[in-house]
Design a protein around this ligand. Structure first.
Ligand SMILES: Cc1ncc(COP(=O)(O)O)c(C=O)c1O
Length: 401
């Protein structure tokens, strides 16, 4: 492997997208095998590499993001997202921060959706202004507010699709049209969708970000992030990586690659289980509301049906008994695990008031459609009948008191 690497100065670019997503997730950008080569990828657990003694070709060093495991999984992700290039980093937050640092400088302006992951919100609201960037938050589905928020120094339009935890879905294409007119980058965090359910680059996004900790890894055993974009943007991010240093460890990159091999089949099962559970919860006593883009009553059902290949594994419910019922519900579960995060094979539940939205008051949460009794469910790939039995028992416990 090391012998052929000297020819590549800047990492592997995405292969032509000639294969389907299941095939790409398994084979990606494999070099031809010779007799005796391993079928599974090798972990290159090395910080540094034999570099050309006379220089040239770019230094090979794992913090630079050009370790073979980092490069192989990046190329696979670019192919899955349909972008020219990608880079894997040590976490989803590293992917978001380095992207914003690469696309903006002091004096620039960012317009961001108000409905983003809590730490992304803090990064935008508190950290970016410390570095001289200004941020305006908008309601993403109000199309005209994006245009109204633009300033001469606006460089980025930032959204999450679907949103956490209310699972709103909207089309980034109109944003992209607006952004093109003004030379602005549209950045989409598509963690909740995964490239199997939605590929934002096909809808005009310039940059697609994932917390690879979630569906891409898929087993709740690694922390990683990915940015997929043009080679030029990825090169900028790579130079920030060299400066700030959140490189992914080769073993974590290898684990991520392993997760991608089963991504398509896992997502199919997440989609199937979540839709079945959403329909089931809608028939249960004690459940006031079920929030799932696959249900016709979801406000963005038609948009989701048009934009997504599957409605995803994330589902939220609102219990009639309020927060006390939600606590009892989560405590009673024996199969589903009460834990933050999402996208793993095991079903997880969490209450935003204890996790992602704990810094907001109850009134502030209600204003963004998170009323008392709200429980977010990351539906896993277990047998759905077993999940229904567990949730049934927990609903009984929640409504008994
Ligand atoms: C939508 C979204 N983006 C980014 C992140 C941050 O990812 P990580 O925990 O891998 O840094 C999360 C984490 O929950 C998330 O839900």
């Amino acid at each position: 492997m090391a012998k052929s690497r000297g020819k590549r100065a800047k990492g592997i670019s995405a292969p032509a997208q000639t294969h389907g997503p299941s095939t790409l997730g398994i084979h990606g950008h494999e070099p031809p095998r010779e007799v005796g080569d391993p079928v599974a990828p090798v972990i290159v657990q090395s910080a540094t590499f034999l570099n050309p003694p006379s220089g040239g070709g770019g230094l090979l060093y794992t913090r630079y993001g050009n370790n073979p495991n980092q490069e192989a999984v990046s190329a696979k992700l670019a192919a899955l997202e349909g972008t020219e290039a990608a880079i894997v980093l040590a976490s989803g937050m590293a992917a978001i921060s380095l992207t914003l640092l690469a696309l903006t400088k002091a004096g620039d302006h960012i317009v961001a959706s108000r409905f983003v992951y809590g730490w992304t919100q803090r990064l935008l609201e508190e950290e970016m202004p410390l570095r001289g960037m200004e941020v305006t938050f908008v309601d993403p589905w109000e199309k005209r507010v994006w245009r109204e928020a633009l300033r001469p120094r606006t460089r980025v339009l930032y959204v999450e699709v679907p949103t956490n935890p209310t699972l709103r879905v909207f089309d980034p294409s109109p944003l992209s049209k607006l952004a093109r007119e003004h030379g602005i980058a549209v950045v989409v965090d598509a963690t909740f969708a995964s490239p199997i359910n939605m590929r934002p680059a096909a809808h005009g996004a310039d940059v697609v970000i994932h917390s690879a900790t979630k569906y891409l890894g898929g087993h709740s055993d690694l922390i990683a992030g990915v940015v997929c974009a043009s080679r030029g943007v990825i090169d900028e991010i790579q130079s920030k990586l060299k400066l700030y240093g959140p490189a992914i460890d080769p073993h974590a990159a290898w684990l991520l690659d392993r997760g991608l091999r089963t991504l398509a089949v896992r997502i199919a099962r997440h989609n199937e289980n979540a839709l079945a559970l959403a329909r089931w919860f809608a028939t249960r006593d004690g459940v006031q509301r079920v929030i799932y883009p696959g249900l016709p009553e979801h406000p963005d059902h038609a948009e989701a049906a048009r934009l997504m290949s599957g409605f995803g594994g994330m589902l939220s419910i609102v219990l009639a008994g309020g927060d006390a019922a939600a606590d009892r519900f989560c405590e009673a579960l024996t199969l589903a695990v009460n834990a933050p995060s999402l996208g793993g094979v095991e079903t997880l539940v969490s209450q935003p008031r204890h996790t992602s939205h704990s810094s907001l008051t109850a009134a502030e949460r209600a204003a963004i459609d998170i009323p008392p009794g709200f429980v977010r469910i990351s539906v896993g790939t277990e047998d759905v009948e077993d999940l229904m039995a567990d949730f049934d028992m927990a609903l009984n416990a929640a409504t008994a008191a």
